[in-house]
Each structure stands twice: as C-alpha cells, then as structure tokens.
Design a protein around this ligand. Structure first.
Ligand code: LMR
Length: 394
C-alpha cells in the first residue's frame, strides 16, 4: 500500500522551521514561522496564562468530557472579545476547535456540506494553509487581488474589481487584521466598500482573525470585522488564541457563524457539533479554559492586556528600527512601507534566489515568498538583518 506513496510537498512555513533547526551555524537568525519572541529570543508563557493555570490547577475538580462544541463559557468570553455587542448572541453559532486552523478547516467543511458549488475567494497572497485546506477538501476557490508590492499597501481598486465578480452564495475570505503574509491591512473605508459589495451580491463573508491585539489594539483590530458583521447577514469568523494568548501548542480556536435568525443559528450549531464529533469527538479544553479565566476575571484580564500591549509596541518598535536600518543601508527610504504595516509579518520583494542567498550567505531564514516575521528580530539582529537584505536585494 505505501510502497509507491509520494508525500505532499511540505508546507512552506513549516519547511523553514525545520531547515532552520537543522542549520548548525550559531549566528543563524529565524524570521520564519509566525511566533512572538521577546528581545532575548524566547516565546514565553504569558504571566496571565501562568496565573490562570495556577488557579485551574487548584480549582479544577474533574477532567470529564465537556460538550461536543466546547464550553459555552469559552464561546461567550471569546465571542465578546471579538464581536462585543455588535450582533445579538442568539444569531451566532459557536464551536471550540483545536487552534484557529481547526476553525478554518471546519468553516470550509461547513460550507462544503451545505453549498458544495460555492467558490471560496482568498486574497492574493494569503496564508498558504488556506489554499492547501481548500485543495485537500476539493473545494472550488479563486484568488482576488489584494496587495501592491511597489507600495507595500493594499490594492484597493484591484480588490474591489475582483470582488465585483463574486457570485451569490460565494464565500469571501478576509484577514481580520495583521494580514499574513504582507502586513498590509484593510483600512476602514475598504471594509465599508467590501461590506457593501458582498451584501449587494449576496456573498458570505469569512474573516480569519489570528492576531487580534497585534495590530493597533484589541478594539481597533476588530473594528472592520464588526462593521462587516453589521452589514453582511451571514459571516463565518475563525479565531485563534495562539498568538494573543501565547497558547500556540495548547491549540485554542473558535469558529463563530453569524446567521440571519436564531433558528438558523440553532441548526448550524447542530452541524458544528457534528463536525467536531466526526473529526476528533471533543475539542481540547485546557487552553480554552485558560482564556475564559483570563477574560472573565478583571485582574487577570488587566495583566493580559498589559502584556499584549507590551508585545504589540515591541513589534512596532522592531518594524521602525528595521525600516530605519534599511534606510541607512540603502541610502533611501525604499522600505519605508514597513512602518505603516501591522502585526508580525511583512513581505520583502525577494525572489526565490534572493531567499536562498539570504540563507546561504547570511544564515538568515525567511519564508520562500519573502515573508519575514518581524517579531523574530531582536535589538541585536536588526543591523545584521538589514545588512544582509541590503547586500542581497540592493
Ligand atoms: C504562521 O503563519 O507562521 C503561523 O500561523 C504558523 C503556521 O501554522 O503557519
């Protein structure tokens, strides 16, 4: 059975992770996988998480099963963080999933089971796993224009002209904030334009929200999403707590489905629970409970918000420092757009030869499409990274 088996090509992000780990050079620098790092290069357990875990350790009296869709306290806490009171909770079905990726997978599966002919539109470029999951599920999908490399900003007119061709019932996937891989976010007027195009064409919005709090702030980062939810009747939202709670390996995700009526939400809720049941039965609970504890306790929440603010401002500082160092090396502000982007990622205008040269000659690891994880920089690596970029791309 397996003699002639050929494995699928590795995910481009995870491949960099492995190649970096295998590189024996001590001076190597990892700007590959999207994880937050402290100035001394660690991905720490957040203080609020440690405190919440300590409380759980003391107070938890059972490890019995929860519910197929996960704990309703978790649904409420994270839904509130994301949507506030912009949509009545009775219109929203919710599912705890293993990480944001689990939510994305189940969102697509839900669509496929209800409307297999729906085309899913993804930004060009997008997180490679969006396209990989759609391919694996055999779903029809298209790319819409999103980014202008020359300006490092959104291609608003290209995006709107592509979305003007979506069909009724198609799904349009948007990144809630901190666009992965470009860092070029939708500005509020663009969210407004998109909401009215989708509403008028009868399309369903899907918003992948993996970095709330890493762009401009917890509320600012969901302003566009909330605007969309007010104007587009049906919205799928996939939420990850990997980054903003630092719970990467605990796999904490949530799928929210905004429906037109409470009755529709109830029916969708049943299908969501079934998606969990036939995938792995019950979703993981520990990380979800940590998030619930933090969001429900004002003191813990204040600690967490403080830490998140520190992480966000740190990354913004690194962006600026890299842009400044590149300006020094290039003698021009050619990379000035780095300062205006949001979140962990930006994309260098690099060819695959450039990426290979960065790795070979400078032990600098970036993803094959030129994506860098800005949070992987440290005060000590800004100058060598800028020099490496200038010597290879200059
Ligand atoms: C990334 O984009 O680097 C992260 O979301 C990690 C992943 O799973 O790809």
């Amino acid at each position: 059975m397996f003699e002639n088996h050929v494995a699928p090509p590795p995910d481009p992000i995870l491949r960099v992770m492995k190649e970096f780990a295998d590189d024996p050079r001590p001076e190597k620098i990892d700007l590959g996988v999207g994880v937050y790092r402290t100035p001394d290069g660690r991905t720490p357990v957040m203080r609020a998480v440690k405190l919440a875990e300590r409380r759980l350790l003391e107070s938890q009296t059972s490890k019995g099963y929860v519910a197929l869709a996960g704990d309703s306290g978790f649904h409420d806490a994270l839904r509130n963080l994301v949507l506030g009171d912009c949509v009545h909770a009775s219109r929203i079905a919710a599912l705890a999933t293993p990480g944001g990726t689990g939510a994305v997978r189940h969102a697509f599966e839900l669509v496929r089971s209800i409307r297999p002919e729906a085309r899913v539109w993804v930004p060009d470029p997008t997180w490679p796993n969006h396209e990989a999951i759609l391919e694996t599920l055999g779903m029809p999908w298209r790319r819409y224009k999103y980014y202008r490399p020359e300006t490092g900003a959104l291609d608003r007119s290209g995006l709107l002209s592509d979305l003007a061709t979506v069909r009724e019932g198609d799904i349009v996937l948007l990144h809630g904030c901190c666009h992965n891989p470009t860092g070029a976010d939708l500005v509020l007027p663009a969210w407004e334009d998109i909401a009215s195009v989708l509403a008028s064409r009868g399309a369903v919005a899907m918003v992948d929200l993996a970095y709330q709090g890493f762009g401009e702030g917890l509320t600012e980062d969901v302003a566009g999403l909330r605007l969309l939810c007010r104007q587009v009747p049906e919205v799928l939202i996939t939420v990850s707590a990997s980054k903003n709670f630092g719970l990467y390996r605990d796999r904490v995700g949530l799928l929210l489905v905004q429906c037109t009526t409470p009755e529709a939400a109830e029916a969708v809720q049943g299908s969501l629970a079934w998606l969990n049941r036939q995938s792995y039965a019950f979703p993981p609970d520990h990380g979800a409970r940590v998030v619930t504890e933090i969001l429900s306790d004002p003191d813990l929440r204040a600690v967490w918000e403080g830490e998140l603010t520190e992480m966000r401002t740190g990354v913004i500082g690194l962006r600026r420092a890299l842009a400044d160092a590149l300006a020094d090396d290039f003698g021009s502000d050619r990379f000035g757009w780095l300062r205006a982007q949001n979140g962990l990622f930006s994309r260098l205008p690099a060819t695959s030869e450039h990426v290979a040269a960065l790795r070979r000659d400078h032990a600098l690891y970036v993803v094959g499409d030129g994506r860098i994880n800005v949070a992987g920089l440290t005060p000590d690596t800004i100058v060598p990274v800028a020099r490496a970029i200038a010597s290879v791309l200059g």
